[in-house]
Design a protein around this ligand. Structure first.
Ligand code: NI
Length: 265
């Protein structure tokens, strides 16, 4: 169903820069689309609030460029309730994010997209995104969408791609931590050179622990970090993470686009 399009330019695969006839023509030979999913939340005392959205979008655009698959605008607001104790965080409640993702994927499905690949930059989105996919399958069937039986949704977390995790372990060991990690900060330093000026040595971080509400999170993790040392990050590391994430996810996307559709429809 999906002949891979040769590697192209970032402009060519941005949905925002396409016209509707171009999208219609695209759908004649390709049913795949990439949706970047981020979060707008604190990333420690030196990390950018937009880290998870910037990284998800950059990985998505690079995967799109390499595969020729269209990339939608990023969903930059995610489920970040536990980070609301820190200024600048903007969170969607799980039920809100579920509704947003449900409506996004069903809009795409209505036009004929059948393989919707969500590239995610934030662990807090995972449970809700999966719930949204389940809800969207149910809605597609109940609305009688012609392609309901052929719809496939997949969540791909760039930060858990095998090569990315191995490189983070090799570069940072335990100091990778669990939030405001040097790997994600490195990618932002590569993407936005102005962020390098924020980098400074930080005291020992609070260790990772259970996640409850925003007040408890701030009490346990006073500067927002969970066991991480983002000062270890560099722009060169970030370029490497981008390449490794894009390589891994482009291969995963190719498999996803080639999967057999259900025979039940
Ligand atoms: Ni993050």
């Amino acid at each position: 169903m999906s002949d891979p399009i040769p590697s192209t330019t970032t402009e060519a695969i941005r949905l925002q820069l396409r016209s509707w006839p171009e999208v219609e023509a695209y759908l004649e030979h390709q049913k795949g689309v990439i949706v970047p999913l981020g979060s707008t939340e604190q990333h420690g005392p030196t990390g950018a609030i937009g880290t998870d959205a910037l990284t998800a979008e950059a990985v998505a655009l690079e995967v799109g460029r390499r595969s020729g698959v269209l990339v939608t605008p990023a969903q930059a607001f995610g489920m970040a309730e536990h980070h609301l104790g820190f200024a600048g965080t903007i969170s969607l409640q799980p039920s809100t994010l579920l509704a947003v993702l449900h409506d996004v994927v069903l809009s795409l499905a209505r036009h004929g997209f059948e393989r919707i690949y969500v590239i995610n930059g934030h662990g807090g989105n995972i449970a809700t995104a999966r719930a949204a996919f389940a809800q969207a399958h149910a809605t597609a069937a109940s609305r009688g969408l012609a392609n309901a039986g052929r719809l496939r949704f997949k969540l791909a977390n760039w930060f858990t791609a095998g090569p990315v995790m191995r490189t983070a372990q090799a570069l940072y060991g335990e100091r990778e931590g669990h939030h405001a990690t040097p790997s994600e900060i490195a990618l932002t330093l590569h993407l936005e050179p102005s962020l390098v000026a924020k980098q400074r040595p930080l005291p020992e971080p609070a260790p990772a622990g259970p996640i409850h509400g925003p007040e408890d999170f701030r009490r346990r993790h006073p500067d927002g970090r969970m066991g991480s040392d983002p000062f270890l990050a560099s722009p060169a590391h970030g370029a490497r993470f981008l390449d490794e994430a894009a390589t891994a996810l482009a291969a995963d996307l190719e498999g996803f686009l080639g999967e057999e559709a259900s025979t039940a429809d």
